[in-house]
Write a protein that binds this ligand. Structure first.
Ligand SMILES: Cc1cc2nc3c(=O)[nH]c(=O)nc-3n(C[C@H](O)[C@H](O)[C@H](O)COP(=O)(O)OP(=O)(O)OC[C@H]3O[C@@H](n4cnc5c(N)ncnc54)[C@H](O)[C@@H]3O)c2cc1C
Length: 405
């Protein structure tokens, strides 16, 4: 009879390695299996190479899930301050960039090294590349068939992540295993992803590719699967459509066929003292050309594009009719556009959907109907906002699971 592991974790990414380290240090005999040649690739490319490893303000409202309450227990048990303590104990330098987002000073590789060190401290065995061929079993004894032979375990933890970036080994394996056991899976969809547009809708704006500015963006609708949300963030115009943090955030709430709404006066929109209504009405403004007046709020190239769209380019503000002024103001503060689609899994940072949280116990991540079968990290129907929340979910769900193995 081969050795029986306390737990076999399938997937050695953020959630899998973290869970393995914690469980190992709690005295469990843990084996991690991964099909990739290199582990931690998503961590390595995250946060522009510096890994936005958590967020100071991470809380349940930063997550999309059919059941928004599901994350509460795990996040409360392992909040971002706990991961920060771990980072500090490894003397990894970090800084806050924007709205509580914490990044490594040096490199994302430090997070990968930390996870491997934690696994080593827990005596975890890690094998890769290994092809997983089958998973079967029941409470107390699970059988994992691999190209290197069969392994036995008391518990099996699915941690193969989401579908983004297939080029670095992303698969739907955890979702396939959930379905194999009859668990419901919420259809996966790319999220935190740039949006594309048909050329008709976007004609004079894609000539401005490369331009970035703060905007207020709104997407989704109250009655829809994940509701609606508004963000004050930077938007980037690209050759293919719209990107930048504002659009990535909005993409998670976007409903196919529906418009997104942009107020291009980001600084005014985010509550600064600039009031566009007042400025448009001021005596000084009367002598300005329309595009120069708009340029008080946005880059001149964009201001010209908007003025052109309303046939007001080169016209003094004083000469513009009240009706045309209102139409222009409406255009820049309530710009609605219907995206044609997203740039798909290649460009997405995370997956919406996954194993339905109704199937799992929120305190342990265990399948309610299959004792000993767990799902953690991105494969669960829990998707974080941009800004370190997705890693925070990987740590928190991994921690909850590790304590239950
Ligand atoms: C470009 C990019 C940048 C990102 N930046 C950030 C950021 O800065 N902050 C943040 O919070 N989040 C970020 N994310 C999201 C974050 O990387 C993920 O949410 C997180 O890695 C999910 O952890 P996980 O362990 O569930 O999955 P992963 O970390 O993806 O790990 C899954 C593991 O499973 C393995 N695997 C897959 N299929 C199989 C199979 N069939 N058999 C065996 N093994 C398998 C993979 O090889 C991988 O090692 C980013 C994502 C991308 C794509």
């Amino acid at each position: 009879m081969s050795k029986i592991w306390d737990a076999i974790i399938i997937g050695g990414g953020a959630a899998g390695l973290f869970c393995a380290g914690v469980a190992g240090q709690l005295g469990k005999k843990v084996l991690v299996l991964d099909h990739s040649e290199v582990l931690g690739e998503k961590i390595r490319i995250s946060g522009g190479g510096r890994c936005n490893f958590t967020n100071l303000h991470s809380n349940p409202s930063n997550f999309l899930s059919l059941n928004p309450h599901f994350v509460k227990s795990a996040l409360a048990r392992y909040p971002s301050k706990e991961f920060i303590k771990l980072i500090q104990s490894y003397r990894i330098g970090y800084h806050e960039k924007h709205q509580g987002q914490l990044f490594c000073d040096d490199s994302a590789k430090q997070i990968i090294d930390l996870l491997f060190a934690e696994c080593a401290n827990g005596g975890v065995t890690i094998r890769y590349p290994v092809k997983i061929q089958s998973i079967s079993g029941k409470a107390g004894e699970w059988l994992i068939g691999t190209d290197g032979g069969q392994e036995r375990a008391k518990s099996v933890v699915m941690a193969t992540g989401g579908l983004p970036v297939p080029a670095i080994g992303a698969t739907a394996y955890s979702l396939d295993i959930a379905k194999q056991f009859g668990l419901k899976v919420i259809d996966p969809r790319p999220a935190l992803v740039p949006l594309s547009f048909t050329s008709g809708e976007f004609e004079n704006l894609n000539a401005l590719a490369g331009l970035s500015l703060p905007v207020k963006i709104a997407s989704g609708s109250k009655g829809s699967r994940y509701g609606a949300c508004t963000f004050n963030e930077d938007l980037l115009l690209t050759h293919k459509g719209l990107s930048g943090p504002a659009v990535l955030q909005a993409s998670s709430y976007w409903i196919e066929g529906e418009p997104i709404h942009i107020n291009w006066i980001g600084s005014a929109a985010s509550g600064s003292s600039i009031d566009c209504g007042e400025l448009f009405a001021s005596e000084d403004s009367r002598l300005k050309l329309t595009e120069n007046l708009l340029a008080s709020f946005m880059p001149l190239r964009l201001a010209k594009a908007f003025a052109e769209q309303k046939n007001l380019l080169g016209r003094k503000w004083a000469e513009v009719s009240k009706k045309d002024r209102q139409a222009l103001q409406e255009l820049i503060t309530h710009w609605s556009v219907k995206p044609a689609g997203t740039l798909g899994w290649k460009k997405a940072e995370v997956m919406l959907g996954g194993v339905d949280t109704k199937e799992l116990d929120g305190q342990t991540m265990m399948a309610r109907s299959y004792p000993g079968l767990y799902f953690i990290g991105e494969c669960v129907d829990v998707t974080g906002h941009l800004g370190g929340h997705n890693f925070q979910w990987a740590w928190a769900s991994g921690f909850a699971c590790a304590h239950s193995l």
